[in-house]
Design a protein around this ligand. Sequence first.
Ligand code: B3K
Ligand code: ZN
Length: 878
Amino acid sequence: MSHDTETQLIRLADYRPPEWLVETVHLDVSLHPTQTRVTARLALKRNPKGTVGAPVVLEGDGLTLVRLTIDGTPLAGSSYSATPDRLTLPNPPADDFALEIETLLDPTANTQLMGLYRSSGNYCTQCEPEGFRRITYFPDRPDVLSVYTTRIEADKEEAPVLLSNGNLEKSGPVEDKPGRHYAVWHDPWPKPSYLFALVGGKLAKVADHFVTASGKPVELGIYVEQGKEKLAGYAMDSLKRSMRWDEEKFGREYDLDVFNIVAVSDFNMGAMENKGLNVFNDKYVLASPQTATDGDYAGIEGVIAHEYFHNWTGNRITCRDWFQLCLKEGLTVYRDQEFSADARSRPVKRISDVRVLKAAQFTEDGGPLAHPVRPNAYREINNFYTATVYQKGAELVRMLKTLLGERGFRAGMDLYFQNHDGEAATIEDFLSSFAEATGRNLSQFALWYEQAGTPQLKVSGTYDASAGTYRLDVTQTVPPTPGQSDKQPMVIPLALGLVGPNGADMPLMLGNQPVENGVVEINQAQQSFLFTGLDAAPVPSLNRGFSAPVNVVSDLTQKDRVLLATSDSDPFNRFDAFQGIALDMLKAAAREGRELHVDALSSAAHRLLQDKALDPAFKAQTLSLPGEQEVARELGQNVDPDAIHTARKTLHEALGTTLQAEFTTLYQDLAPEGGFKADAASAGRRALRNLALDYLATTATADGIARALTQFNVADNMTERFAALATLSRHDVPEREQALNAFYNQFQNDPLVIDKWLMLQAQIAAPDTLDRVKGLMTHTAFSLANPNRVRALVGVFAHGNPTQFNRADGAGYDFVADVVLKLDGKNPQVASRLLSSFRSWRQLEPVRRAAAESALRRVAETQGLSVDVADIATRSLA
Ligand code: B3K
Ligand code: ZN
């Protein structure tokens, strides 16, 4: 890792095909805690599409070369050059030859958690995007696809389990080496190096099996630390359901004899889709009712599905280069969202996905780190595994489906799989599959991949009673973003309805044609639509189901929103209308200190709560007030996080007080019956009951706190216990410390639960939280080497505690900057992710803005930064 100024900007426009291909890779890995020996035999072949006479240039990252041979003969020192970062053969002996490279690695010293490293004593790898080059020299780019055979050798005692990609070919004791054993794995599917994986260690296997639609048996294995076997049941069930779903919804079957998942406790992100050998952060595998919340269960289901779905969208069809990352990530997020929507409640899933999109992606898109879904330049690709690539990328796929219809979408997907299986593809390949399948020109749609920024739709309506018409005027603008000042109009599928005074949908006719599927297409800067046949003035219900990732600015009144919140046939817009009423009030209160008049909101809440037809999970989502960061984003400038916090707290208390009787009844009515069930309906009831608990605790009576403490004490599952603890943690009462201590004592041996304990404390909106967080960093439960601990404590403080991270004295910024710098020497990826918490600094009021800027500058000016951190610091300040 070198300093930013020395690193080249890599541009999409400079893409060239690889000069050399690698047809097969034979790896021989002899595991040792500090001296792991890797022999790689690469069958190199000149790419006919490359430059005549090009040298062989292989990437490395911190490698120690031991030996180099060609077709068995050691290479003379003059015929190659090797540095830790590169191996060059200026005059390759032939257009087709076998190069054997021996390197020596120290997995114990690998704190970056990229390449081969150790977690709880076990060996594992992470290669995406550029970790394979930390194992051996290689053309480490996704468009070089090779067939891998991997022999792993290890101490039988230290690593009884040896796994790699593909199918197991042989295993047994190593002759002449007592105590050593080996396994040979072969993966018949050509793949890029980033999908390589290897695991060795003391792991317990949870076994199951699956028979594919065409009758092929598959052995399933989930490997966990010994003693944790009982915690893998939900993950296994999610895996089998994902495998079936992909067959039913996309016609995709699994393609190896085995599918293995390994859960490790030190992992930079959620999980990794290595071919046939997914490696997971154990947070997304391990669950029991006593230790995991409903949210954790949903997370496991979603991530297991996501990684499994990558087998087709990512592995069988991979990316030509890292600019195309959204080709696999956006599409696979879309697929996992749809899977969970089918498995749970579709409207509720949509609401929670949009909440994530707005919180993470809209915020990113509105700040200095904004970039297109397909970026056109990067310094450090690890910094582009973002909400924009993932979540906005998924929205683009969803819009395609809306524009093309269910059948057109499926036909396009089928053609994409048919035409590009086994290839490293591009967004153009993806889009042209849909264009070809449906005959639709998608060139304007492609702008969604090129133009950053959240489009804004300004919408106003005029009703003409005498003509019975309603004219909707729509103006589209895409705000300027770094490097992109002028934008072109995009294609925006706008799902809408016209709601009559009685709350029912009115006819949706343009001229005498009904609007197909209730979707109009916006494709110009300005457009008008004249709806006909209306005998009363309608209230427009816009962007139903959040059909496009845009900001809609309309002239709806509070009364209009109340109508939509209480009677829109589109559940998403009921949610959105309710949130909109709250948001308007919070903005006015935070900005102008305007008083909160809660009547409209509480009567809408009352009607929602009384509506028997509504799913409890939906009610819980709708009645959860917009977050403080959402209010900040909506305010856009001169943000005072304390004012927002106060406004939100006041509104929360006012609603809790007004609806006290109702929430009390609800809390009683929803009391658990029978044992814990993880299904969506049961989770929804718990969510609504916990919401009631939280509102009731705000009512300034001792009752609410006592109720929360009782729930904390008697709960037989983590969802209820944790919700009660979260509620208590938001109040400055003695019960808070009492419960936090009890929780720690009960769960101190379970690091994943301790993360929850750290998280809640990091979020407390009180001036002593910073000291508390600093203190917790020295607690035995904390470790700077473990990404989950760092994210739970420091990550949550920086990203999830707006008042204390943004302390007016700048101490929150200084603290986070210090941790970033300290962490950067160990794990640049986790450090740079933490630094991205500064991304909205320009929106702050002047005092905080200056303090944040100076902390950012201090980071940027530090010598010897990783490229990862230097890149975020530089772009944040630009
Ligand atoms: N593809 C991996 C992410 C790798 C991130 C590298 N910084 C997990 C996923 O999206 O499925
Ligand atoms: Zn992914």
